[in-house]
Each structure stands twice: as C-alpha cells, then as structure tokens.
Ligand binder design. Sequence first.
Ligand code: NAP
Length: 294
Amino acid sequence: MLLIDGKKTSEEIKSEIGASVAQIKEKGGKSPHLAAILVGNDGASQTYVGAKVKACEQVGFESTLVRLEETVTEEELLKVVEGINQNDEIDGLIVQLPLPKHISVEKVTNKIKPEKDVDGFTPANVGRMTLGWPAYVAATPYGIVELLKRYNIDTAGKHCVVIGRSHIVGSPMSILMARNEYPGNCTVTLTHSRTQNLSEITKTADILIVAIGKPEFVTADMVKEGATVIDVGIHRIADASKKSGFKLIGDVKFDEVAAKVAAITPVPGGVGPMTIASLLYNTLLAAEGKVYSK
Ligand code: NAP
C-alpha cells in the first residue's frame, strides 16, 4: 500500500515556492502578499487563518490579517474587501468562511476581484476552471490534483467516484477529474445525499475521493481492492491520551481501508497540508500575474 504523504509533498511545494520568492527578490521584485479577512472569534477559523499566515512567513510572503468583530455589517465588510481590491501592494485576498449569518457569503465572494481571488471561489474563477482556462483553482481540489500528479497515479480511463458535491470540494473535484489532461480523463460519478446504493457505486471506483463530512463513513466493504482513496474529511474526536485532548480522523476508516487499497491519503497529513500549499501557490501565481496578465 502506498501512503500518499500530503505533509511531505506540501513541504516540497513550500520549498519550491520559497525558491521562487527568493528569485523574485533577487531580480528586485517584491514578495507576494496575501491578505486574509477573519470575522468573529470562531476557534476553528482562527486556527485555519493562523496556519495560513504562518505558512506565508515560512515561504517569505508578506501577509496581512484583517480581524473584524462578529457584529460587523455586510456593508462594512464589503468596504474592507473593496479597499483590498484597490490596494496594489496586495496580490491575493481570502475571506475565511463561515461568515456570521447576517452576512451574505455570495455578496462577499462576488465582491472579491477575480485577479486576487486565490481561494478560487468567485464565479469568474469557477467558470474559467470549468472551461479549462487559466484560473485560480480552489485550494483543496487543486491540492488533490497535485498529490495525484506527484504520486504518478494513473487516471486516464479510470472510474473516479466523488462523494460530496460541495462548491469548495466535491463539485470542482468532479470537473477537474473529467478534464482532458493529466490528472483527469476519468469517467466521473459525483454522488451526494440523494444517491441510491452508494456502496455499489463506490465499489466500482478506481479512484475514490471522499468529501462527505462524516467521520469514518467509508469502510473496507465500500471500496474496490487496489483502488486509490483520497480522504478529504477532518474531524476532531476527543482523545484523553493526547496532550491536546483530541485526535483528528477523516471520512474514511483508515486502518481497514488501507489494508485493501493500493494507495491512500492519511488524516492528518494528507489533503489538509496540501490545501495551504495550494493557497500559497495561487498567491505566487497572482503576484507573477500568471493567471490574469497584469
Ligand atoms: P459539505 O459542504 O458538508 O458537503 C458534504 C457533501 O456530502 C454534500 O454534498 C452532501 O450531499 C454529501 N452527503 C451527505 N451525506 C451523504 C450520504 N449519506 N451519502 C452521500 N453523500 C452524502 O462538506 P465539504 O465542505 O465538502 O467538506 C467535507 C469534509 O471535508 C468535511 O469533513 C470538511 O471538514 C473537510 N474539508 C477538509 C478540507 C481540507 O483542507 N482537508 C477542506 C475542506 C473541507 P447533499 O449535497 O445532498 O447535502
């Protein structure tokens, strides 16, 4: 069984990005600059944003964290986004989700200038990705594509089953795996909560990508021998034996599935670290004007 190591691969990508930053600076250019907006005090969101800022430092990027109160109005938030859109010093902008209920995610996403949308969430970038045009691809699906590529996983003509159709993971993943390029050229089945006989479908998957958000949902009897399994899920489970008081598990029952398949991503250390590496990569592309010419 091949363990697809996202932690190691993400470190490789970060060192490649760090080398590109050094080259840009040698030529007298400025460091890529990522801005993140965090609204409120949600613990998980603070952890995710903190990790993104730390990763920026690691590769030599500038970063700006804008923290806003939970009570900020939609109008005020839109103004902050517009200010960053207009700021030529900033290359990439992310707004950490979820937002408080009184703020429309659609309005805020749509306000982000597509040229700075390094999360790849705006309609412009989703459309460009779907058309196969240069685009900022959402970080989690992009990280998965990169893992498949760096581990030389054969995809052409294979049956790829995706569990989950969210806008940030499952849906873009299904589009990327069907594209006429490597990794891609799969026959793709996108499944969701209304799918019938799910395990009959997953058992036919050569590549199974699981983004359902249910701890250890996928068991050994749901997978084909020799398949490649990508586990996107992240769940904190109480564990008194850990210093932190919890452990992380995925959407796949790792031990029993790993014993049956050819390749699998672990949780933690699989897709998670790749998501941050992809965000950094998109920010580098933004600074270099490689998606939308500057
Ligand atoms: P989400 O928005 O909650 O979507 C879950 C999807 O699973 C939905 O499309 C839902 O179908 C489908 N589903 C629910 N029950 C099902 C069932 N019984 N059979 C088949 N499909 C079913 O989740 P998400 O944002 O994509 O995230 C999924 C997981 O990945 C979560 O654990 C999340 O924490 C994790 N995640 C990790 C990263 C990372 O960096 N590693 C990034 C993003 C997310 P309907 O559409 O019909 O409701």
